[in-house]
Structure formats: C-alpha cells, structure tokens
Write a protein of this length. Structure first.
Length: 254
C-alpha cells in the first residue's frame, strides 16, 4: 500500500513540475474586409428576403438591350440597372405608361398602365441594396423629371405643367424578421409630384433601428395608382414622353 501511495505522489509531483516548467506561445488571428461591389440579384417586391420567381422559376436581372427589346408578355424580362455596390439601385420602373388621353379643356388625371413583359402589369417597384460599412447608416432616394413631357415628332411640343404623381410607396427590408410586412418604423416614404429639375424625396431611412436600410429594400406602388396630371387646354394630338431620374445617396445617421 505504501508503494502505491509513493508512486501516486511521484506522478502528481511530476505533473506539477511539468506545468511549472511549461511554455506558452501565441498565434495571431487576423480578419479584414473589403467593400462589397457585387451586383445584387433580384428579390420579390413583397418579400425582399426571397429571390424573384415566376412560378417556380427564378428570374435573373436582364441588362442586355437585345434581350430587353425581345421581351413579350409570354416571355417577360426583369430589367436591372447593372449597378454595383456597396450602395446600389438595382431596379427601377422600366416604363411608366398611362391611359390614352382625350383632348380636353379641363384638368385631367390618367392612371398608370404597366407592361406585363417587364413584370409591371400590376405593380411598379424599386429595389436598392445597402452594403455600406457599419459606420455608414442611412440613404435617401429621390426622383425628378428630366424635362417636360415633349412630343416625339419634329414639333417638340411640350406639356408644360404636366406632372407624374407617385403615391407613398410600401417599403420593405430583407433583414426584418417579417420581411413581407411594410416597415414604417425605419423608413419615411412620401407622396410626390415629379416635375422637371426639382428633386423630390421618395423615401429615406428614419428612426433608430441599428440596421435600418441595410440589406435589400423594396419600394412598391400599384401600377394604377401612379398617375399623370395634365392641365386643361395644353395637349395636342401627339405622343409625348419624358424621362424620370432616380438618385440614391448615402447619408450619415447615428
């Protein structure tokens, strides 16, 4: 019994001496980040946490002009801007169409008519992605008409006073627990009337959410709710057109 106790004591003493005479070394652990300049893929307007699908088929963005020109109602395309991050406008309405108007002396409003071949038969939407670094929080989306509605013939007649009305959009965010729900806590959206050379804020981040505006965001309008307002007595029997300019800018919020 004494022999066994002596062996046990010797073993414990040896282990203790080994620890006292041990050695510790260090390994560096390093992680670095680079800005995300990827081009975002399309998401569902009513749930930006899901990829854009047509039935069970995933739909990519199309930026090829030839492919866009060949789009049909049976073979629609989703037009992307091709913009790269870290803050990018990925998709904007491809074509604002309106009801055919009749010449009138009274002020007239005409509802939007979207094209199914661009997935705009029922809704227009904007998709934007914010992958800016953690210290940069917030963005603002503005829109304006480049010029008055101008006839497409040689006369270049203008519909001075005509404007495009955008009602308040529904804003959703991919990082929200329930991404399909409209987010009114982290965004402020507005009704705007688009006129030439005047920038109007369509939506911007707001509130105190730590990740407000980060990830993928969608702004949705019902197609028929987008309208053109035309003062009476200014139209002629011609086709008119203009261009809407969308601008996404970062802002510094705390």
């Amino acid at each position: 019994m004494k022999k066994k106790l002596g062996l046990l004591f010797f073993s414990l003493l040896s282990a203790h001496l080994f620890c006292l005479n041990g050695q510790a070394e260090e390994t560096d652990a390093i992680m670095s980040f680079a800005e995300n300049h990827d081009t975002a893929g399309p998401v569902m307007p009513y749930n930006p946490s899901l990829p854009f699908t047509d039935g069970e088929k995933k739909v990519p963005f199309t930026t090829d002009e030839d492919g866009i020109n060949k789009a049909t109602d049976d073979q629609p395309v989703l037009v992307g801007t091709g913009s790269q991050g870290p803050l990018s406008l990925d998709h904007i309405p491809t074509h604002f169409g309106f009801e055919h108007g009749k010449l009138s002396d009274g002020h007239q409003f005409y509802s939007g008519v979207g094209k199914k071949k661009f997935y705009e038969g029922e809704t227009y939407h904007v998709q934007l992605t914010d992958n800016l670094e953690a210290g940069q929080i917030g963005w603002t989306l503005t829109a304006q008409m480049r010029e008055h509605f101008t006839s497409k013939d040689e006369s270049l007649h203008q519909l001075r006073g005509a404007m495009i009305h955008l009602p308040k959009p529904e804003v959703r965010n991919s990082l929200n627990k329930e991404a399909q729900k409209v987010d009114t806590l982290n965004f402020e959206a507005s009704n705007v009337d688009l006129v030439p050379n005047v920038s109007s804020t369509v939506a911007e981040t707001n509130g105190g959410g730590r990740l407000r505006g980060k990830g993928v965001n969608t702004l949705v309008w019902r197609t028929q709710d987008v309208k053109i307002s035309v003062p009476g007595g200014i139209g002629q029997a011609r086709e008119y057109g203009t261009t809407v300019i969308w601008t996404l800018t970062a802002k510094s919020e705390k």
